[in-house]
Design a protein around this ligand. Structure first.
Ligand code: SF4
Length: 427
């Protein structure tokens, strides 16, 4: 199967009407990576194009022409030579959603937490080149050892969902909640609110939850983390992803009326004090632009076309989609579900296209396709092109560390507390 990037490039040669008609969610995706890094504060073309990047979003400077002008073969030779020279001093990590042109150079492929753990286990690696997005590189830096440096090949590879909850809006929300609920524990010793942040959040927010008695969760362990939180608190403030929060809490039996949405721009998040009095889970108004694209119409279509199809979606998808699917779970869950199928099966998957295509390649005995027929990769991860990877690696060979992601220890120490609570809460 050809890679997502080559398919996008091929489609661009025969465009029909707008991006949706041509099978690509945004025609701008066909642009060269260098055109995307123009200094504009955007997430680049694609699924996240309508989200506004915050003013302090890191920007990628222009890299030398020799990388921008190099063809695929030259970049391949440069990357392989640099990797060879750096040997065990280097580890390259690739997220499941990363494009094949980059993932082919990864020493490990996984989700953000698996990759951070890989970094931990490679003690000899001085340089951890993280081919994912900004919050993932921050987590790797928080968990890494003092002698290790984490590098993000393109600084503009952020995450629109993570950026939807910034520290000052969360602090403001917290103050309002303290005014409303007070700070005293109840008779059972449970505090009024426990903050829970999804792994897909900035280090500053992980630090916030760490210093306020809270915890981090992943899409694999969200249920056990919420159980941990309810043992210690009367309610939970869950950010940034409303869908993961809602889907997890609903599966635990919490009624929707007790899960108000918190819109950061509005007083009391757009709720009345009475509504908040009943709340069990306050859901921050955040979402993943990639997973928000999935809908129940796509599931109906898949079921009509392929009777018996097994529909598996990621819990970042909207609740209606999760309810209509056969099962929902993390990238790890999806991968294991497919690996466990002993008979040839048709799978319709609701997650990022690069991962779905890779699974289809890996398991040719099954029919595996993405529920969304329009090719739309995670546009922020897409910003990492082999040219950037060649550049950071050759700089390392020359003894220069560029694009280092370094979380100040004042932030990292509390973030580590929140991550360690998560590890202890894991079943
Ligand atoms: S897939 Fe969604 S949540 Fe994941 S990095 Fe991309 S924008 Fe962020």
């Amino acid at each position: 199967m050809t890679s997502v990037n080559s398919t996008i490039q091929q489609l661009s040669l025969t465009p029909v009407g707008d991006g949706a008609d041509s099978g690509v969610c945004a025609t701008d995706l066909v642009k060269s990576p260098w055109d995307l890094d123009t200094g504009l504060r955007s997430y680049g073309p694609g699924s996240s194009m309508d989200d506004v990047a915050p003013a302090d979003t890191p920007q990628q400077g222009v890299i030398p022409e020799k990388y921008r002008n190099a063809d695929d073969a030259e970049l391949d030779a440069r990357i392989r030579a640099a990797k060879e020279t750096l040997g065990e001093r280097l580890v390259v990590l690739g997220h499941f959603y990363q494009r094949d042109e980059v993932v082919q150079y990864a020493d490990f492929i996984g989700d953000s937490f698996q990759l951070a753990n890989q970094a931990l286990n490679r003690e000899r690696a001085e340089y951890i080149v993280f081919c994912g997005v900004h919050f993932m590189a921050e987590t790797a830096d928080i968990l890494s050892q003092d002698h290790q440096q984490v590098i993000l090949p393109n600084l503009a590879a952020g995450c629109s969902m993570a950026d939807m909850a910034d520290e000052s809006s969360v602090e403001e929300c917290w103050e309002q909640l303290e005014d409303l609920y007070g700070t005293e524990p109840d008779a059972a010793g449970r505090v009024p609110v426990i903050p829970v942040t999804y792994m897909n959040s900035s280090a500053a927010l992980k630090s916030f939850v760490g210093r306020n008695g809270g915890i981090v969760c992943t899409s694999s362990n969200a249920t056990s983390v919420l159980e941990w939180a309810f043992e210690r608190g009367q309610r939970v403030l869950f950010f940034p992803d409303q869908h993961l929060g809602r889907n997890t809490a609903k599966a635990m039996g919490i009624p929707l009326e007790q899960m108000p949405l918190w819109s950061p721009a509005k007083p009391l998040g757009g709720n009345t004090a009475e509504e908040l009095a009943e709340a069990k889970v306050l859901l921050w108004h955040g979402f993943c632009s990639v997973h928000r694209r999935f809908n129940t119409g796509q599931i109906d279509k898949a079921r009509a076309e392929y009777p018996g199809v097994n529909v598996i979606v990621h819990p970042e998808c909207p609740m209606e989609v999760v309810d209509a699917a056969d099962s929902a779970g993390s990238t790890d869950f999806i991968q294991k579900a497919i690996a466990a199928a002993t008979e040839p099966t048709t799978f319709a998957i609701g997650t990022e296209i690069n991962m779905v295509n890779r699974l289809a390649d890996q398991y040719p005995q099954h029919r595996i396709f993405c529920l969304d027929p329009v090719i739309c990769p995670c546009s922020t991860m897409y910003r990492i092109h082999p040219g950037y990877l060649a550049w950071v690696l050759e700089e390392l060979v020359a003894g220069r560390v560029v694009n280092q992601i370094s979380v100040p220890e004042t932030v990292a120490s509390n973030a580590r507390v929140a991550l360690e609570r998560m590890l202890a809460a894991r079943p």
